[in-house]
Design a protein around this ligand. Structure first.
Ligand code: ADP
Ligand code: MG
Length: 348
């Protein structure tokens, strides 16, 4: 069946939004190109899968997604226009971003140069900083949820479907950990908590992936990948790309510290650290000066802590076994729900 031509394509939602064609289908919703007939402009319509419309918890979260993102006004966040339901279809009307996802760019290119990766991360973190300043965390930061416009390459953070207030930072009911295994922070897996630093961790994993083309932790199942975040440190990207600047290694190390207290406290702080490295790498500006205390010695997996900026000077517990240098299985790239220990217990 050609679902691109099947309902709701052709339908008018809420007497206003015409569904034109399908853009992408996700686990919980499908995104369509549409037209706001009242304002006569192109929009994107995210429509929840109809079979989920009886799930009150899901519908509550879907509406929450629209409300969270609608509070933000940032050139680096996809703008939300409206939210509503028509019969059994719950929808979000939003800014259409003509272009591709960061995942598509990575698939095409394999990996990005350090300066491209840092430029994109700066856009992502500016968008996330808007959310953190508004008091909530995104909780599903990954290349699939980062859109890039074709014309200018502007970065737009999308999909606030898992966003939640930082104040109410404890996990969902029943100790369920929600997110995408490859980007889950250790505290989400082990303790079931999340806040702005959880997004910083996922952004650090994403930076590693943009630079190397691989996710740092791979495994046979999402659960195995999730626990690697608890048990293992993220190796410096220079172990894969010799010659990569120690300053870039340090950015990945600081953002992916397993102890959230050792990370930049929010996206704005991580952004400033990235901007310092970018400025230092721009020809004509002063060379990067490692802050006092930064040890550029080759990374030794047996000896923690990570090479990191002084912000993270405390030492931590020992790491686990070496990384699997293989492309992550598909399963690790998709959202899933894993039943984890509800509070603070150890791994496995
Ligand atoms: N505003 C938009 N403009 C263009 N494409 C979009 C837009 N929002 C989402 N998409 C596309 O739809 C996909 C799924 O959207 P997303 O909001 O991430 O849904 P899901 O919750 O199912 O992951 C994205 O990865 C992207 O390809
Ligand atoms: Mg998504």
């Amino acid at each position: 069946m050609d679902t691109a031509l099947s309902p709701p394509v052709g339908q008018l939602l809420g007497g206003r939004y015409h569904v034109d064609s399908r853009i992408a289908r996700g686990g919980m919703a499908t995104v369509y190109l549409g037209t706001d007939t009242r304002l006569d402009r192109v929009i994107a319509l995210k429509i929840a899968h109809p079979e989920l419309s009886d799930d009150a918890e899901f519908v509550r979260r879907f509406i929450g997604e629209a409300r969270s993102a609608a509070r933000l006004s940032s050139p680096n966040v996809v703008a939300i226009f409206d939210q509503g339901s028509d019969k059994r279809l719950h929808y979000i009307a939003m800014e259409y971003v003509p272009g591709r996802t960061l995942r598509q760019l990575l698939n095409e290119r394999g990996r990005l140069s350090a300066s491209e990766a840092l430029d994109i991360m700066a856009g992502v973190l500016t968008g996330l900083a808007a959310a953190h300043d508004a008091g909530f965390a995104h909780r599903d930061v990954k290349p699939e949820n980062v859109l890039l416009t074709t014309s200018s390459g502007t970065v737009k953070v999308a999909d606030f479907g898992l966003a939640r207030s930082v104040a109410g930072g404890v996990q969902t009911r029943g100790g369920m950990v929600i997110g995408t295994a490859a980007y889950l922070a250790p505290e989400q897996v082990a303790g079931g908590t999340s806040d702005a630093r959880t997004d910083v961790y996922a952004a650090g994993i994403m930076l590693f992936e943009l630079l190397t083309g691989f996710q740092p932790h791979a495994g046979e199942s999402p659960l195995a990948v999730a626990y690697k975040h608890v048990d293992e440190v993220v190796p410096p990207p220079s172990t894969v790309l010799p010659g990569l600047s120690g300053a870039v290694d340090a950015l990945v190390a600081m953002a992916t510290s397993r102890d959230p207290d050792l990370r930049p406290a929010n996206a704005g702080q991580f952004l400033r650290a990235i901007q310092e490295v970018r400025d230092a790498q721009t020809p004509g500006t002063a060379p990067y000066q490692a802050p006092a205390g930064y040890d550029p010695a080759p990374f030794d997996r047996a000896a923690e802590p990570h090479p990191s900026l002084p912000l993270h000077s405390a030492s931590r517990g020992s790491g686990g076994s070496g990384p699997l240098w293989a492309p992550a299985p598909d399963s690790a790239s998709h959202p899933y729900q894993l039943t984890g220990p509800g509070s603070g217990s150890g791994p496995h």
